[in-house]
Design a protein around this ligand. Sequence first.
Ligand SMILES: C[S@@+](CC[C@H](N)C(=O)[O-])C[C@H]1O[C@@H](n2cnc3c(N)ncnc32)[C@H](O)[C@@H]1O
Length: 258
Amino acid sequence: MSDYQEFITLIKRKTKIDLSLYKEVQMKRRLTSLRDKRGFKDFSTYYQALDKDQDMMDEFLDKMTINVSEFFRNIKRWQVLEEKILPELIKNKSQIRIWSAACSTGDEPYTIAMILSQKMDMSKVSILATDIDEKILERAKQGIYTERALKEVPKALKDRFFSYDNSLYTIDEKLKQVITFKKHNLLSDPYPKGFDLIVCRNVLIYFTDQAKTEIYQKFSQSLVNEGVFFVGSTEQIFTPEAYQLRLLDTFFYQKYKS
Ligand SMILES: C[S@@+](CC[C@H](N)C(=O)[O-])C[C@H]1O[C@@H](n2cnc3c(N)ncnc32)[C@H](O)[C@@H]1O
């Protein structure tokens, strides 16, 4: 077994995170550069250090998860959601359930909440926001952001939903109330069900094709009939019908009855 393969096995045993389901070339490159930066010549000695030093383990987890996010990321797609997808989706619905999977710092579920607040009574909205990274979920719950994360937020929404203090923006409590943040590993945990909309963006690109196939299947099973799956802007599904999905608009897929 290679040094890296051995490392994958040890990390899985310790953290339950299976690095073999992430594309190897990119992941190995990221982790090798981190390992070199910390002065270890191979993965075996790096693992021994990680095993003993929680700060180093946290740094490793931070690097492998890639937490970059922002509000209204790829804003044109959010306009399509707002103007075309949501009006149909919420029509005649007394309740709407949404899952923001791999939500990182929360920019994505809060973006969804802001959009929906203009369209329906928020007591009818529930958003589950999940990520594998517990630390990032704590930050998401706090809802404090720098200017950079807000660069695409329309002014009216910025004024309405953020308070500004000391160069930082804090999200409105009313939005927090409709969101439940929870740890969830897309590669190993059972998938919750019954969602009208699932948003999962900018994480599937890191997974192997085999892992993606299983994830698409599970997301499809988590959607109600006519429910919509919204993916990232480099994450088209090439054979949506294999998962009972049909293309609704670029990067939006709708589940149909079998
Ligand atoms: C680049 S961020 C994407 C954030 C947001 N969805 C967006 O598009 O702006 C990727 C997120 O995926 C999470 N992630 C990585 N592997 C995961 C897994 N196996 N299960 C759940 N989340 C995972 C990371 O912790 C990170 O927060």
